[in-house]
Design a protein around this ligand. Structure first.
Ligand code: SAH
Ligand code: SF4
Ligand code: F3S
Length: 480
């Protein structure tokens, strides 16, 4: 419901940068004589969720997490390989860590995650200070690999599994606000988009037992969490089969949504070829399933989509968008991923990506210049023939259009009430809280007497392309 009030339209200067790879480190746990583990995570939410599995496996092996890298006995970098700059960042970090390691000879360094899987034992030769290399499906083996490394033997396990889902491991929530949590519902990817390294670093797609997912979500809710995000590279192809029972993604969403109307449910990432109307109707049916869909496009041109092996074309993508609008209305926020300067992309084809943005009017987007990844189908089949300056210019054009549209979409929310789940204190002012709306918009407002974990109705009064600002309204005004 929208409650419009007369409010001067005020636009804050936009200093928010485009989302890029984030880094998260561990916090201090009580040590109680245990060894100290520092984990730094790069890349996507799935990597952050994996670090919570790793912390759990290592706790059982006598390690407590620490935020103090200088005093750690063991350092894990949980890495990303999606673009070359993601790997360069890890390399830079490794050389910084080497300085600490030289002063502290017993300290061990492990490289985990997608870069470990991509480079395997080559990492030990390239980066001499690395002691342990472990791929995303081998985290149960970490205690053994660490023990071996403690005796001076370098340890590598990059075995990719067809079954591993870590379903029975209770993650240790790292950097937790106690309100929002991630739950991995599947691993791997079978899609083989030609630009993408994920199928090689994460292996075959497999879905996790729905009852273990449900139990994890119920436990979180009992502990006071108010929001769970179900994670997978392509959540729409979630499928669990046992004897004559089967659960698809729509079914799983419904199971989790039924835990409590007070528990918000989010999910990521949806794939345009697999997102069904059944999923859209399930989102519509439950108020606590957030009206927000991340639907990566990658390109707005059908020929480019074909050589990307995305298995849909522009028309298909737009039809899915039209279905979202038809079933969920304009109140459902949609975001995208877009790649600029894929192999052989012409100016005209690039303009199709711009026109797709104009047609859909996405709420926000994650936009990247194409980065060739060794061993992928695109690297084998096509020349990376768009010059770097052209890629950057096209990327800047895409970002410009998206920023304008994001701002316009947010401006439309000025004068509306948004239900916010309070996640924490704003980085810019201790007097303000920050949280997200149903549509996944970041909202900042004066904290008053509210608490982290509260649902608060906030009247939106200002915005940037990335953030909304407003004030809490204790009673919903009645419109005459
Ligand atoms: N599973 C998700 C995306 C995972 S990777 C999906 O299918 O949409 C996150 C994003 O990184 C992708 O959507 C894509 O936009 C971008 N990306 C992946 N490989 C890339 C590459 N080689 N160069 C540039 N961007 C890439
Ligand atoms: Fe990569 Fe495509 Fe799988 Fe996404 S769906 S992870 S882009 S291969
Ligand atoms: Fe990066 Fe691996 Fe995620 S390559 S984006 S951390 S699946």
């Amino acid at each position: 419901m929208e409650h419009r009030i007369a409010e001067t339209l005020k636009i804050l200067s936009d200093s928010d940068k485009q989302a890029c790879e984030t880094v998260r480190t561990t916090e201090n746990e009580p040590f109680l004589g245990k060894k100290r583990l520092f984990i730094e995570s790069y890349g996507c939410q799935m990597n952050f969720a994996d670090s919570e599995i790793v912390a759990s496996v290592m706790r059982d092996a006598g390690f407590a997490t620490t935020a103090d890298v200088d005093n750690a006995d063991l350092i894990f970098l949980n890495t990303c390989a999606i673009r070359d700059n993601a790997e360069q960042r890890v390399r830079k970090r490794l050389s910084q860590l080497n300085v600490i390691k030289k002063k502290k000879p017993g300290m061990l360094i492990g490289v985990l995650g997608c870069m470990a899987e991509r480079l395997k034992s080559k990492l030990l030769d390239e980066e001499k200070m690395v002691d342990i290399v472990t791929g995303p499906d081998a985290y149960r083996d970490l205690p053994r690999l660490v023990e071996e490394a403690e005796t001076g033997q370098k340890g590598v396990n990059v075995f990719l599994s067809r079954e591993e889902t870590y379903a029975d491991i209770s993650p240790i929530r790292l950097n937790s606000n106690g309100v929002t949590a991630m739950i991995s519902i599947m691993r791997g990817c079978d899609n083989m988009c030609s630009f993408c390294v994920v199928p090689y670093t994460r292996g075959r797609e497999r879905s996790r037992d729905p009852y273990s997912i449900l139990k994890e979500a119920e436990d979180l809710f009992r502990e006071g969490y108010k929001e769970v995000t179900l994670l997978g590279q392509n959540v729409d192809s979630y499928k669990w089969k046992q004897s004559d029972a089967s659960v698809n993604f729509a079914g799983l969403l419904e199971m989790v949504a039924k835990i409590s109307p007070e528990l918000r449910v989010r999910f990521s990432t949806s794939h345009p070829k697999d997102i069904t109307d059944e999923v859209l109707y399930t989102i519509k049916k439950y108020d606590n399933i957030c009206k927000y869909i991340h639907l990566p496009a990658q390109s707005g041109n059908s020929r480019v989509l074909e050589i990307m092996n995305r298995t849909y074309d522009r028309e298909w993508y737009l039809e899915r968008i039209d279905s979202i609008r038809r079933i969920l209305g304009d109140d459902c926020a949609v975001s995208h991923d877009m790649i600029a300067g894929f192999c052989t992309e012409t100016e005209e084809e690039h303009r199709d990506s711009l026109s797709l943005l104009e047609y859909v009017r996405f709420d926000f987007g994650y936009m990247f210049a194409y980065s060739e990844r060794p061993g992928t189908p695109a690297a084998k089949k096509f020349a990376d023939d768009i010059p770097a300056d052209v890629k950057q210019r096209r990327l800047a054009e895409i970002i410009d259009v998206q920023q304008r549209i994001s701002l316009e979409r947010n401006q439309k929310l000025i004068g509306t009430l948004q239900k916010i789940l309070v996640e924490g204190t704003s980085k810019r002012s201790k007097e303000d809280f920050t949280g997200r709306s149903d549509q996944n918009k970041r909202v900042v407002f004066p904290r008053e007497h509210y608490k982290i974990g509260d649902y608060v109705d906030v009247m939106i009064t200002e915005c940037t392309a990335a953030t909304l600002r407003g004030h809490a309204v204790s009673e919903v005004p009645v419109l005459h």
